[in-house]
Design a protein around this ligand. Structure first.
Ligand code: GUN
Ligand code: ZN
Length: 440
């Protein structure tokens, strides 16, 4: 039977990169207040101004459509989180320590538990539902080194019809017992996982090198082979996050020109590579990323929490490097992309760059979809795309409600929403037209 849903609300999405231009002049912003959004069998088919077609006789959705009236609320494409760790919900908000110390003290012990299939499956379900409860409908995710943790994540996403990119974490050195693989077993596991999940429904495999510090040269070479041998697989890793880490990697790989060059030497930098952080890159690194079409996942919440540094978005953009947004939970302290964007604004303000709400929201929706090569499926409210959507209240609580009532133009209103909003503003989340989260 055909499923038909009509959602009424204020549609906001993007048709192009609004760039860094002042708010009022931004191109690519698509604002469609009070529209009916028509969804058939999980796909967007049309958007019609509500006033003109309110009645069936005027061409509005007829009795075959389930009408859901969110008048006065915002409807956006579901957010895309391009860097997040599913098992790290267990250690989010753990006190003290910069990156390497934090990994040893909190993260590695927590990740060891995911060898247990029951822990892995429960953790994957909790994580995916938590993304939906924050308005995120697609993500690029690190599970753990254990094959079962990747299987559990793929299975959880598949059951919910969600777009997910993930892969078993590769780490064969400099990690505690219970968290190391070896090259041969890891290659077999990756090959099995690719055969089982890559390109199945809305799932894609990412060759997942934790970072250069936890893979031997042999394992990095194997990861490069996987990228070369399997069509359309992604690659995800961390790069140049923290100065202590950068020095450590320079000592481990003296033959490399830079941290990024370690990955380049093994064929890991390509158009489906997502590299988290990239705070301590230089111009040569940025031109390589541009040449290869690889992207940086900017993770401001994590960068602040772990004291890693202030990402230079302006230089990345000037070099033609694509930037997307990652929550990086549990280095980051929230799965909310609104909070992540608010932190991103503040980090960039410290560098003298004042991001508009348009640039921020574009980056967490269509920008990410484009950089992943998925913009015909996700990231905008367009006929043919999947109905991955989030419905938001403009304001919650007396301060935000008051501020919202005083907003002059649309940018002022949307900017205040980004800065003051979080998951409390989220009313409903849809994935492929199915309701996956409703505020209780
Ligand atoms: N570098 C290597 N592993 C990690 C991780 O789990 N989180 C962060 N933020 N950086 C990393
Ligand atoms: Zn990370």
């Amino acid at each position: 039977m055909t499923s038909r849903i009509a959602l009424r609300g204020d549609l906001l999405d993007f048709t192009a990169d609004p760039g860094f231009s002042p708010a009022a002049e931004a191109p690519g912003v698509r604002w469609r207040p009070d529209h009916w959004l028509l969804i058939e069998n999980g796909r967007i088919i049309n958007a019609l101004p509500a006033g003109s077609v309110d009645r069936e006789a005027d061409g509005g959705p007829d009795a075959r459509w389930q009408r859901i009236d969110h008048r006065g609320r915002l409807i956006l494409p579901g957010f895309i989180d391009t860097h997040v760790h599913s098992p790290q919900l267990d250690v989010i908000a753990s006190h003290g320590g910069a990156l390497l110390d934090w990994l040893e003290r909190y993260t590695f012990p927590a990740e060891r538990r995911y060898a247990d299939p029951a822990v892995a499956h429960a953790g994957a379900a909790r994580f995916v539902d938590a993304l939906f409860a924050h308005g995120t409908t697609a993500a690029v995710v690190f599970p753990t080194v254990h094959k079962v943790s990747a299987e559990a994540l793929f299975a959880a996403a598949q059951r919910r019809g969600m777009r997910l990119i993930s892969g078993k974490v590769l780490m064969d050195c400099n990690a505690p017992d219970g968290l190391r693989d070896d090259v041969e077993q890891a290659e077999r596991d990756c090959t099995d996982l690719i055969a089982r999940w890559h390109g199945v429904g809305r799932l894609a495999y990412a060759v997942t090198v934790r970072f250069a510090g936890t893979s031997t040269r042999e394992q990095l070479a194997m990861a490069g082979r996987l990228c070369a041998e399997h069509d359309g697989v992604f690659m995800q890793t961390h790069v140049a996050e923290n100065t202590g880490e950068v020095h450590w990697i320079a000592g481990l790989f003296p033959e490399a020109r830079s941290y990024l060059d370690v990955y380049e030497r093994y064929g890991l930098i390509h158009s489906r590579s997502v590299l988290a952080h990239g705070i301590w890159l230089d111009d040569q690194d940025r031109s390589l990323l541009h040449e290869r079409g690889a992207q940086i996942a900017f993770c401001p919440s994590s960068n602040l929490f772990l004291g890693s540094g202030l990402f230079d978005w302006w230089s990345a953009e000037a070099a033609g490097v694509t930037v997307s947004m990652g929550s990086d939970v549990g280095g980051g302290t929230s799965l909310s992309m609104l909070r992540t964007l608010a932190d991103g604004y503040k980090v960039q303000a410290l560098r003298g760059l004042h991001l508009t709400a348009w640039k921020s929201l574009y980056t967490a929706t269509l920008g990410a979809a484009r950089s992943l090569g998925l913009d015909r499926e996700i990231g905008r409210i367009e006929a043919g795309n999947a109905a991955d959507l989030a419905i938001w209240d403009w304001s919650v609580g007396p301060v935000a409600i008051h501020r919202d009532s005083l907003a002059g133009d649309l940018h002022e209103r949307v900017f205040a929403w980004v800065m003051l909003g979080d998951e409390r503003n989220l009313v409903e989340t849809y994935v492929a037209g199915a309701l996956v989260h409703a505020r209780s």
